[in-house]
Design a protein around this ligand. Structure first.
Ligand SMILES: *Cc1c(COP(=O)(O)O)cnc(C)c1O
Length: 428
């Protein structure tokens, strides 16, 4: 495939945008070459500025679970746009989507809309601190909760891809209140509680990690976190920005059968527009302004276009809950097919899959946490990414990112992807 025009556009972008992109992972630093510039997208496909058609396995990093340019979402946005794009005043639509979220998700009574997953996670921690009167939080190495200061301590995703886990600009004081534990390792959590039994406001976790590749929790791990939180009166925050409305109607809480205290959402919730949210039971949410003293606000929060897109998206998912099972099966077929192809070549690899999330790591050791994810062979991953791109398959441009499948992907698309993989493996 040819990428001349993308390449030229990237050169122009570099002059006026830091690194040529508005979010670091898009820059292809981990895989080399020039990022692909998109012209348009429909269903399972991306169409780039050079006229290539690519099968899309990132789905805008999750939101496009129904495929691109899904008609009911587009219709809702167009209809709303005609009536003005922002008022800074309440609309009925905000109550409608909040009611639907509360209906779909277990263990929440109220939900506050924000503009990104970052905002949702940042606000959820402030709420947990305000509610408990404690300052410290526990996070897991390799988990990403957006780019606010408290989370840039061994964050996954782009922060890992670029080898700057502890970003300059984050103060020593902030870092001190973020206690680091290892995913799938309860012992590493227990040590913090023993040391600070009355200081930990919350544990924040991606219940199924998606920002160091896909890493599912081992049996008993998330249940163990729940127990610690109950024992030490800390709150359990599930960062469901990735897993919410993707793994099940009720997200990871439903899929794993474990209830958390505060949930954060984003991605799918916005139907492709910038939306985040955090939600909890009434007694916790009552601490939030204007009811309570914990401050949080947003000029464009609950924006009518974003709410229209999100409401159309959630309504569809709520009415067609078979999508989650269908996506899971599709992803399993892909995972098994990939394993079959790579087995033939005898290359060491691990495939992790949970629901519609999947990642391939070129390593012999099982990938269960950040440390084992980091053992992957990066040169091999680069070759794999470029090899698949050349054959019309767009994968996440970093081994620390998960693939996200969407409902528009057909059996033929999966077959095409497996043939591309076979063809690339044979070229090695
Ligand atoms: C994407 C993501 C975020 C950040 O959301 P943004 O909308 O990019 O700010 C937070 N947590 C998780 C688990 C994510 O995947």
């Amino acid at each position: 495939m040819r990428y001349q025009r993308s390449s030229a556009l990237f050169q122009s972008a570099l002059k006026f945008i830091p690194g040529g992109v508005n979010s670091p992972v898009r820059a292809f630093k981990a895989v080399g070459g020039s990022p692909v510039f998109v012209q348009k997208a429909k269903g399972a496909y991306l169409y780039d500025v050079d006229g290539n058609q690519l099968i899309d396995y990132i789905s805008s990093w999750g939101p496009m679970i129904l495929g691109h340019a899904f008609e009911p979402v587009l219709e809702a946005v167009k209809d709303r746009a005609d009536r003005g794009t922002s008022y800074g005043m309440p609309t009925e639509l905000e109550t409608q989507i909040a009611e639907l979220v509360v209906q779909m998700v277990p263990n929440i009574d109220k939900v506050r809309m924000v503009n990104s997953g970052t905002e949702a996670c940042m606000s959820s921690v402030r709420l947990a601190r305000g509610y408990t009167g404690r300052e410290k939080i526990i996070k897991f190495a390799g988990c990403y909760h957006g780019h606010s200061d408290a989370f840039l301590i061994q964050a996954g995703s782009g922060a890992t891809t670029f080898g700057s886990p502890n970003s300059p600009g984050v103060t020593q004081g902030t870092a001190m209140d973020t206690l680091l534990a290892q995913f799938n390792d309860l012992e590493s959590v227990s040590l913090h509680f023993e040391k600070h039994p009355e200081k930990i406001a919350a544990i924040i976790i991606e219940p199924v990690a998606g920002n160091m590749g896909c890493i599912p929790p081992k049996a008993g791990f998330v249940e163990g976190l729940r127990k610690f939180c109950d024992e030490y009166q800390s709150l359990l925050i599930f960062d469901e920005v990735m897993t919410g409305f993707r793994l099940a109607k009720g997200g990871a809480q439903e899929a794993l059968g474990v209830k958390a205290d505060i949930m954060t959402y984003g991605k799918v919730l916005g139907g492709g527009l910038p939306v985040g949210a955090f939600a909890a039971r009434k007694e916790i949410m009552d601490h939030l302004a204007p009811d309570g003293p914990v401050y949080q606000a947003g000029t464009l929060s609950g924006n009518p276009l974003a709410m229209a897109a999100g409401f159309a998206m959630l309504t569809h998912l709520n009415d067609h809950a078979d999508i989650f099972e269908r996506l899971k099966i599709k992803t399993k077929v892909l995972a098994d097919g990939m394993a079959g192809e790579i087995d033939k070549k005898g290359i060491p690899y691990q495939i992790n899959q949970y629901g519609s999330m999947l990642s391939l790591h070129f390593t012999e050791k099982q990938v269960v946490n950040f440390e084992t994810a980091a053992l992957g062979n990066n040169d091999r991953f680069k070759q794999y990414f470029q090899g698949m791109l050349d054959r019309g398959v767009y994968l996440p441009p970093s081994a620390f990112e998960s693939c996200f499948l969407n409902d528009a992907l057909s059996e033929e698309d999966i077959d095409f992807t497996l043939s591309a993989l076979e063809n690339w493996l044979n070229s090695l």
